[in-house]
Write a protein that binds this ligand. Structure first.
Ligand code: ZN
Ligand code: ZN
Length: 343
């Protein structure tokens, strides 16, 4: 008889509690925005970006709440905001209502000299209203105190780390003949981003950091070493403003997850560039890229959502990382999963 509660729990599909030494990452689908939940082995948690403003905020905060429920969380300790574009900070007040953040991390004061999405003043004011008194401004080289993992800030306010980390520092052969782009003038260039490390496993999320700053991280030496998992920058190199091959090919991610929207990011050029990563073992997408053919989308079993946004259920992609470096990526739509081993 004692088995009954266990069986019922399994049948209802309620929160699977991972073992205490697992790092969990949920790439939440917010229709081409940013919202990545990190649950450290200590149980402490951090949300990187909080989705979009306006009517979309209700949708996105509901999806954040669903990921929290799946992870067995009643609250999220930190909100880490990469930058102030709508699809990254617009959902912050609605997310705060479900996550009750204790602390906030961001790149500092909003500066109107950087081109922004519309509605920035209002958005920034709404963010300050929830973050006031609980806010920490981060610089490249800082660490975020998330117990059980190391979280290194690798870029912020247009600057990148001075010294290599994660075994980086080697001259980067991909810098020769690399395409350079003019210094970017948008808020994306101010993006802050993190390298999360847990034993051998590393995860890089730099928000919408721009091509010129990626080059600063990559050339003349690769400052980031090799990474296990990359959240494809700017939703899968949106409009080629990000995704510099010199960084992408030098950090050699083993697995890439794109938080693309149905029609945002993961253009065929981004797909092709990712496929050229040496040793790539898997590409996962939040969405089927509707404007691309099947040859420029990953296998359907590795795509969390296949519909247009109006029909979308907003399934997440989950990554469970064990201390021995074994990590499993799961499609929230189908339960399909694949296991990798951090090199
Ligand atoms: Zn974005
Ligand atoms: Zn979706």
């Amino acid at each position: 008889m004692k088995l009954w509660p266990l069986i019922v729990t399994a049948m209802l599909g309620v929160a699977q509690t991972p073992s205490a030494d697992t790092l969990r990452i949920y790439v939440i689908d917010v229709e081409g925005g940013g919202a990545t939940l990190i649950v450290a082995p200590s149980g402490q948690s951090m949300l990187i970006d909080s989705g979009s403003p306006g009517p979309a905020a209700e949708r996105d905060s509901k999806r954040i709440a669903e990921a929290m429920e799946a992870a067995g969380l009643k609250r999220i300790n930190y909100l880490f905001t990469t930058h102030y574009d709508g699809d990254h900070v617009g959902g912050a007040p609605a997310a705060d209502a479900v996550a009750h953040f204790e602390r906030f991390f961001d790149h500092g004061e909003m500066d109107p000299k950087w081109e922004q999405n519309r509605g920035i003043e209002e958005r920034y004011k709404a963010y300050l209203a929830i973050a006031a008194g609980k806010r920490t401004i981060v610089k490249a080289g800082d660490a975020i105190p998330l117990r059980g993992v190391r979280v290194a800030v690798v870029a912020s306010q247009g600057a990148v780390i001075g010294k290599p980390i994660n075994g980086g520092g080697q001259p980067n052969p991909f810098c020769t003949d690399a395409e350079r782009k003019e210094p970017n003038k948008t808020e994306n260039s101010q993006s802050t981003g993190v390298l999360v490390s847990y034993q051998r496993f590393t995860f890089l999320d730099v928000g919408d950091l721009t091509w010129d700053k990626e080059m600063d991280l990559a050339c003349p030496v690769n400052k980031l070493g090799h990474v296990s998992l990359l959240l494809a920058t700017h939703h899968g190199f949106f409009n080629d403003q990000s995704g510099a091959p010199a960084l992408l090919w030098a950090i050699q991610p083993q697995v890439v997850i794109a938080n693309n929207g149905p029609r945002k990011g993961m253009a065929p050029s981004a797909y092709d560039r990712i496929q050229k990563i040496r040793g790539l073992e898997g590409l996962w997408q939040s969405h089927l890229a509707l404007a691309s053919d099947a040859a420029h989308n990953t296998a359907e079993e590795m795509i969390a959502n296949v519909e247009a946004s109006t029909e979308c259920k907003g399934h997440w992609i989950r990554v469970d990382v064990a201390p021995n470096g074994r990590y499993e990526v799961t499609n929230g739509r189908t339960g399909f999963s694949k296991t990798y081993r951090a090199r």
